[in-house]
Design a protein around this ligand. Structure first.
Ligand code: NAD
Length: 415
């Protein structure tokens, strides 16, 4: 199987959009390089009293529209280029939904599946100790990503506030509600994605009551399974996968029971009344809607021509390669690109920062209404760019995001 460098993919996408926007050389150079990279090691005390060294990164890709914003991922396969790509995509994502933020991302090369709770806490606190002066609600605001969660954010915020000797809750988002988290953050990424699917159904006439499948059954995937029916009023989940395997049932899988099964056993495999299929087969099933909610480069030139879904809503970051985008466009598959389809999470993270800043919290209904408005507006703005530029949805979304960032760079006198 071909391997992909996600940052090369991300830069290729920027160059295509920059060409359509006729951006000058200096602007293109600025937008294809991170503004600040931190590459550091963590020395962490383990349960057996030994010390282990972990490679860590924080990349603040662009600040033109506001402080850097983006998750921290704990994953054994993390590389600096994966983080660069994820940081780069965050810049266009915050711009597409028109948030006053830039983009960033961080990560630690570690395998949380073999670490104890105490070891994860030590890693989280050491991470913050290494870069605390460069974090802050007006500098860089991390959030959870793959294999990190609100507990990780709680440890990190506590470490930051201890170092700084003051409260600053808005420095991390997707915290537990008891310490400054917001209503509606846990399902925000999935909710935002399903809202964009709802709009796509209205515009293109897709049928939301038909079958759907989900690749990846973590935070984003599980919540999409639970919300699909609620927001779209129908639809049958027939397949899901996670890192250990995939399962299928043409009569439908019960999302609630599946979430309970995953929590209890650690995987979706062996769920009652389901048959095992391969993770690759899941992507090629005959469904109306497919949600990639795992990792990068899932849909490539090798499998794109076999995709049968009519709509792909990308909850994951970077699940489709540029070659695959073109194949899907030719096949009339409507791709809701990651920088739009997964923007619900960062949108509600932004709402959390706003609430933390004035220490007054909204109810869930208000969060949902404001999220819906942001995502619906963004979906239709991208639709206009699709029609105007006659390009596939990712390129159209990139054009919207990059135009906004390039304008901010120009206004600041950077280029
Ligand atoms: P998570 O750690 O909660 O879940 C990841 C899931 O993917 C797990 O179920 C894991 O088993 C599964 N997985 C890993 N490799 C797989 C494979 N090869 N095939 C199938 N499944 C596989 O992470 P998450 O927060 O749900 O994030 C998932 C994706 O969504 C990532 O790309 C992330 O960057 C993106 N995203 C998440 C958020 C958020 O708010 N959580 C926001 C925007 C984008």
């Amino acid at each position: 199987m071909q391997s992909y460098n996600s940052f090369e993919v991300a830069k290729q996408q920027v160059l295509e959009a920059a060409r359509l926007l006729n951006l000058d050389e200096a602007t293109i150079e600025l937008l294809t390089k991170p503004q600040r990279e931190m590459n550091f090691t963590l020395h962490v005390r383990m349960d057996d009293n030994t010390t282990k060294i972990f490679q860590a990164y924080r990349i603040q890709y662009n600040f033109a529209r506001g402080p850097a914003k983006g998750g921290i991922r704990f994953h054994p396969d993390e590389t600096v280029d994966t983080i660069r790509a994820l940081a780069c995509w965050m810049v266009w994502k915050t711009a597409v939904v028109d948030l006053p933020l830039g983009g960033g991302k961080g990560g630690v090369c570690c395998n949380p599946k073999i670490l104890s709770e105490r070891e994860l806490e030590n890693i989280s606190r050491e991470y913050v100790r290494m870069i605390a002066p460069l974090l802050g609600s007006d500098k860089d605001i991390p959030a959870p990503d793959v294999y990190t969660n609100p507990q990780t954010m709680a440890w990190m915020m506590d470490e930051f506030e201890t170092i700084m000797n003051r409260h600053e809750r808005g420095v991390f988002t997707d915290k537990p509600q008891q310490i400054g988290g917001t209503e509606g953050r846990r399902d925000a990424t999935a909710r935002g994605g399903v809202i964009t699917v709802r709009e796509a159904c209205k515009v293109y006439g897709f049928d939301p009551s038909k079958n759907f499948a989900i690749q990846g059954f973590g935070n984003a995937g599980q919540r999409a399974a639970l919300l699909h029916h609620e927001i779209l009023g129908g639809g049958k989940l027939i397949a899901v996968s996670d890192s250990r395997g995939a399962i299928f049932n043409s009569n439908g899988l019960d999302p609630k029971e599946l979430v309970t099964h995953k929590l209890k056993t650690g995987s979706v495999i062996n769920f009652k009344e389901s048959e095992p299929i391969s993770q690759d087969e899941l992507l090629e099933l005959d469904v109306e809607i497919l949600y990639p909610a795992a990792l990068e480069n899932a849909i490539t030139s090798e499998n794109a021509s076999n995709i049968k879904a009519k709509v792909i809503c990308e909850l994951a970051n970077g699940p489709t390669t540029p070659e695959a985008d073109l194949i899907l466009y030719d096949k009339n598959v409507h791709v809701i690109p990651d920088i739009l389809g997964s923007a619900g999470g960062v949108t509600v993270s932004y709402f959390e920062m706003v609430q933390d800043n004035y220490s007054y919290f909204w109810d869930e209904t208000l969060v949902h209404q404001r999220l819906d408005k942001k995502l619906t507006t963004a979906y239709h703005t991208v639709q206009e760019a699709i029609k105007d530029k006659k390009v596939h949805p990712r390129l159209a979304a990139m054009v919207v995001g990059i135009a906004r960032v390039a304008e901010a760079c120009k206004l600041r006198g950077w280029v």
